[in-house]
Design a protein. Sequence first.
Length: 160
Amino acid sequence: MNTTLTGRERHFGADEVIVSKTDLKGRITYANRVFLNIAGLTLKQAIGAPHSLIRHPHMPRCVFKLLWTRIEAGHEVFAYVLNRAMNGDHYWVLAHVTPSYGADGRITGFHSNRRVPKKATVDSVFVPLYAELRAIYADLWPKMAEWNTRLVEFADGEHA
Ligand SMILES: Cc1cc2nc3c(=O)[nH]c(=O)nc-3n(C[C@H](O)[C@H](O)[C@H](O)COP(=O)(O)O)c2cc1C
């Protein structure tokens, strides 16, 4: 897969809604025309693919962790998400993700509707917040990895 970033932003209309649905594991089961156009995907490429196909590397992991924890517990989630089109362009959305239920009351999949977000909120809140969260991860991850190596090698010496 092409993972370059162009730095070019894509836009969709204020009267449009980007829609997709997934199974329980986040594999795409439905995508509307607006979604396919902005992501640069064909329907054939989209259906069955994991939704992380359009994950942008600047999105902090904890946003998706929060999303999955909430929707799997049956709650709805609103999130500002930066996505990556197939050619490396990017686009911001305000997503509303909900669980779908079967007749037996169990969750059968998930449904996301995205609208154009407020540019002022993206620029003043989410660009700096997500940069801060990424920096925390960049700092914590090597520390956790170092501790893991230490524990694997010297676990016996770490007991109280
Ligand atoms: C209904 C639904 C819609 C989703 N939409 C997106 C999306 O537009 N962009 C995205 O990066 N992840 C989206 N996700 C989250 C992905 O499944 C995935 O958790 C995320 O891309 C992070 O990838 P990772 O879990 O492999 O780290 C969506 C998940 C669900 C259930």
